[in-house]
Every structure is written in C-alpha cells, then in structure tokens.
Design a protein. Structure first.
Lengths: 381, 219
C-alpha cells in the first residue's frame, strides 16, 4: 500500500516514483504491511478512489471516512512548513509523521466540497439531456391508425347522402304509391317503381366517384369493391325500409289513418279483386308479403345489375343499360310477361323468388370475396 | 425508408412515355419536371398504384419496416403508407371540406376517436378553411387534396402539380410544409414550376423522351 501512496504522489507531481529499498513492495505476495494490524492508523493506507466521485477519500482516523481530497492537494500539502521530501518518499518506513498528516488533513479540510445531492444530480442530467441524441418524434400514424373491419367503413358512406336525397326518395315512394290504384288498375305492382329508384340512388351515391376524387379513393387502403358495396348498400337498405313501410300493414299506422286506404291496401285489394277496391279493411296477409317480395326482388335485381355493371363499365353506362332493361321489362307487361305484374297465378311467386336469387347472384358476383378483399389487376399504363 | 422503381415501363394514351425507369429514393423532397406529356403524372400514378406499369416494379420500404412492399403484389399494405394528391382538381358536389376529409379519414383507417382532431390538424397544416367545396377556389381545392393526402401521415407522399393555382403566399407556405414533411418521409412532387421548390429539394429529375435524368443537386 505504501507503493500505492508513492504512485499517487508521483502521479500528481509528474515525477517517477522512487523505489527505496526500505519500502516493502505492496505488490509482492509476501508484503503484509498494507493489511497489517496498524492499517487504521496508517494515513497512507486508507487512500483509495471513492466510488462515484473523482476525488480520493482518505480513510485516516483523523479525517474520518467522509473526508475527501484531491491528489494534487495531497502533493501540494505534503510538507507544509517543513523541508519538502523528494517525491515518492514518505517518512520513515514510508509513513507521514503525525504532524505531517495533521497538516495535510487541515489543508484538505479547507478544500472539502459537499457531495452532490440527488437534486443536484437530477439538475445536471436535465441540463445534459438536450445534448444527447433525441428519439424521433412520435408520428400520428404510430397511434392514430387502425385496420377497421369493412363494416365500420360502410358507415362513413352515409355522409355522401344528404338530407335532400333521403327526402326526395321518400317523396318518390309516396307519390308512386299514391298512384298505386292506377298502377293496380293496369295490373302493375309497386315493384315497377323499384328499378328507377335503385338506378337513381346508385347514380347519386356514385356521383362523386370520378376524376380526382376517384383517384384519391383509389389510393386509400380500401378496395374499390368495398367502396362500391358501401355506397350501394345505403340506398338499397333505405328503399327496402321504405317499401316495407309503404306496402306492409304497420301496426298502429292503420289505426291512426282509420278510414283511409293506404296505397298498399289498395294494391293488395287490386291484386285480390282485380280492380280498384272500395275500402274493406281486411286483406289477406299473403298478398302483402307477395307485394313486398316483388318489391325486394326488383330492388335486388337492379342493385346487383348496377353494381356488377358499374365495376366493369362505369356508373353512367351501367345506369343506361339498367334503364334500358327496365323499359324492356315494362314493355313485356303488354304480353303479360313482366315481373312487375301484380301477384296472380301459381307461377308468380316462383318467378319473383328466381329474380330475387338472380339479384343476389349478381351482387355476389360483383362482391365476391376475391374482389371485395383484393385489388383488381388495375388499369395498365 | 426507400422507394424503388425498377425497370418501370409505362404508356400514356398508348404512347410509351416511361421506358425502363429505375430509381431509388430515400426520405426527402424529390422533384420531377419535364414538358407536357413527358410522363410525370404517369410516373407518379405508377408510384401511387393508380396505374399499373406495363413492366417493372414499384416497391416501398416503409419506416421501421424490414421488407419492401410491392405496389401491386400487396396493394392494400402499400396504400397504408401512401398519400396521393392528383393533378386534377377536386370536384365534389355538395359537401364541406371537413365532411369530405372525415370520410377519407375513415377510408384511410384513422381511428374514429382521432378523426375530428386529425381532420382539424391537417386543415390547419395546409391553412384550409372549412366550407362548401363547390365554392372553393382552385388554390383551396389544391390544399384540400393535399390535406386529404396527409390524413394518414404517410411515409410516401405523392403530389402531382401541387403548386398550380396557389398564390405567392400559399406557395411559400407549401414550400415550408414540404420541407418539414420531407424530413422523415419520401415526398415526390411533379411540377411545372421547379423554381418554386428546387431550392429546398433533395433531388431534381427531368423526364424526357430519353429517360429520367437527375439534373444535379439543387440544394
């Protein structure tokens, strides 16, 4: 340990340590001085780097375990008021005399620096932190995006349908059904009104899907078929509800309109009696169901047609083709082959069910899984 | 983060405009200029997955990702990182900017709880007032398209002629915004006014019949 003291003094004075013959080599295996029984009184023996500080703590008895000193100070105060010994040499046997040690400790005591508190350390860290490499700022996409189910995306399509459209559709259905008796007189069911309603609804829903808006939607992580499905479903479901309300007997509504003949009632009466009826108040329930079946079949058939055609030839062309088909089917009524005829005969219901199935098939064709959840091959540049 | 064009060949109206284009672009602002019909928009549409090249590949390595995403092999994943503002002006019937952006936010996967805040943020980012879109000026429509492209905070931002119709003040704001955005994403801009943005661009390419050439580092 004496050797270490010498090395410390040499280190701070910049001189090579002497190696006096009388100083035992602390590094030697047989050197026992440093760990001898007089260690506590040995001023030089207790000096060791203090963990966590840059100072050297002197473990001498007089200084106490908390005393700190710097190597330079030790060197400078090694012999105050006494002839300075050459560096690397201590008192007899490599020890400071008590007077020297006292002088050193007195000098050291004037240079004691209070240990930094936890608050000091924190303040230092805070001041240093800006100098450290900063992590990348958190971006919105790290927390603000989610891969929602398609069903939730469909709700967003509602905002394309303004209040005026909801009201206009309602007005169309009501006006059409007010004209129901004259339709019934010609043998036509309300289903004849469904195709123009669907065509108009799809045209309205798809009106903004063109130009830049279309390109922007194509750059979204939603397939075109999903967008088309959403826009198609809104009018389709609305028209189904409108048809149900207008055609089917609504509990309470009949009472509220007691004495009045609802359009659906007139049509049912027409279908069962073959003429515009006088209000009787009682109609066979299957006739309501048949009228609603005809309405639903016409809606689904033309919705499927519009969707499938839209995906292949565009909305405008699809609307044109669908309108032509509606005209043809209406024309077939003159030869009693129209699917829009009032319920009559044993083949009426199977025909309507077949049209319903065809509509579902067309919808499924337009929205089959591969197309719904995958992107089409794309237009080649 | 890297966008790679590999031997991309494409046509415009049946006329070949891009022949074997190969580029590799990292984060930064990249300008594409050239005469009308040279293929700027075609190149950007290929990068946006709107047009499929006749041959070649467009791949994106997003931030914090290990594997590249091919624009046509996995188009949904590719679009997850994409923001695109086309050259054509937005023509939207009877809707407001806020409503339109909220709708697009849903399509782009912005969480419902975040949508109002995100829409307000991108509108503020491009200095866009809320209002009926049909009454918007050309510059406002441009900024609406830019806001739409920013909704999902994309890694790849593609802007086709974003400077058209902008007044000088808006140009300055756009320039500052693009510089900010290009710090940590890939921003591709096709423009007829390279001087408005070239000073802050990381690279400037011209597209000619001979191909796509880098015209030097304007920064």
């Amino acid at each position: 340990m004496n050797r270490r003291w010498d090395e410390l003094i040499a280190e701070v004075t910049g001189q090579a340590p002497a190696a006096p013959a009388d100083v035992p080599d602390a590094a030697a295996p047989d050197a026992g001085g440093a760990d001898g029984p007089d260690r506590a009184a040995d001023v030089s023996a207790g000096c060791a780097p203090h963990a966590g500080t840059t100072s050297v703590t002197c473990g001498a008895v007089a200084a106490g375990p908390g005393a700190a000193c710097s190597p330079g100070l030790v060197a400078a105060s090694a012999a105050p008021g006494s002839p300075r010994r050459p560096a690397g040499t201590a008192g007899p046997g490599g020890h400071l005399t008590p007077a020297e040690a006292e002088a050193v400790l007195a000098r050291l005591a004037t240079h004691l620096v209070p240990l930094p508190t936890a608050a000091d350390t924190e303040a230092l860290i805070d001041r240093l932190r800006p100098l450290l490499p900063q992590p990348a700022p958190r971006r919105f996409r790290d927390f603000g995006l989610s891969r929602e189910p398609v069903a939730l995306l469909l709700r967003a399509q509602l905002q394309h349908f303004r209040p005026a459209w909801w009201l206009a559709s309602l007005a169309f259905v009501l006006l059409g059904l007010l004209a129901g008796p004259s339709l019934a007189a010609r043998g036509l069911s309300p289903a004849v009104l469904a195709p123009p309603l669907v065509i108009g609804g799809v045209l309205y829903g798809f009106r903004s899907l063109r130009g830049a808006a279309l390109e922007i939607e194509l750059s979204c992580p939603v397939t075109p078929a999903q967008v088309a499905l959403g826009r198609m479903l809104v009018p389709l479901l609305y028209y189904l509800v409108l048809g149900a309300v207008a055609i089917l007997p609504v509990p309470g509504l009949a009472g509220a309109l007691s004495g009045a003949v609802l359009p659906g009632q007139a049509l049912v009466a027409g279908s069962t009696q073959g003429a515009v009826p006088a209000p009787t108040g009682v109609f066979p329930e299957p006739a309501y169901a048949q009228l609603f079946l005809g309405w639903t079949a016409a809606l689904l058939l033309f919705a499927g047609l519009m969707l499938t055609l839209t995906l292949y030839v565009g909305t405008a062309t699809a609307a044109g083709l669908a309108t032509v088909l509606w005209g043809l089917l209406c024309a077939l009524h003159t030869v009693r082959l129209s699917p829009f005829a009032l319920p009559a005969g044993p083949r009426w219901t199977p025909v309507q069910l077949a049209l319903l199935a065809l509509g579902l098939l067309l919808l499924a064709t337009g929205l089959y899984r591969r197309r719904l959840f995958h992107w089409p091959p794309g237009r080649e540049a | 983060m890297r966008l790679t064009f590999k031997d991309v060949t494409a046509s415009y109206n049946g006329r070949p405009v891009l022949a074997g284009v190969s580029l590799s672009l990292g984060p930064g602002l990249w300008l594409f200029t050239g005469p009308n019909g040279c293929g700027k928009s075609t190149l950007l549409r290929c990068a946006a997955g709107i047009l499929r090249p006749r041959s070649g590949r467009v791949r994106l390595l997003p931030r914090d990702a290990r594997e590249e995403i091919d624009a046509w092999d996995d188009p949904t994943a590719y679009r997850w990182h994409l923001g695109y503002a086309p050259q054509e002006l937005l023509d939207l019937p009877e809707t407001t900017a806020g409503r339109y952006l909220a709708y697009l936010a849903a399509l782009k996967g912005v969480r419902p709880a975040c949508r109002p805040e995100r829409v307000a943020a991108v509108m503020a980012q491009v200095s866009l007032p809320d209002g009926e879109v049909p009454a918007f000026s050309t510059g406002q429509r441009r900024r609406l398209a830019l806001a739409a492209a920013l909704l999902n905070d994309p890694d790849l931002l593609i802007l086709d002629e974003p400077t058209q119709g902008l007044d000088p003040d808006e140009l300055v704001r756009l320039r500052l915004l693009l510089v900010e955005l290009a710090a940590d994403r890939i921003v591709l801009v096709a423009t007829h006014l390279p001087e408005a943005l070239s000073g802050c661009a990381d690279g400037h390419y011209t597209i000619t019949a001979e191909g796509v050439n880098r015209v030097g580092d304007p920064a």
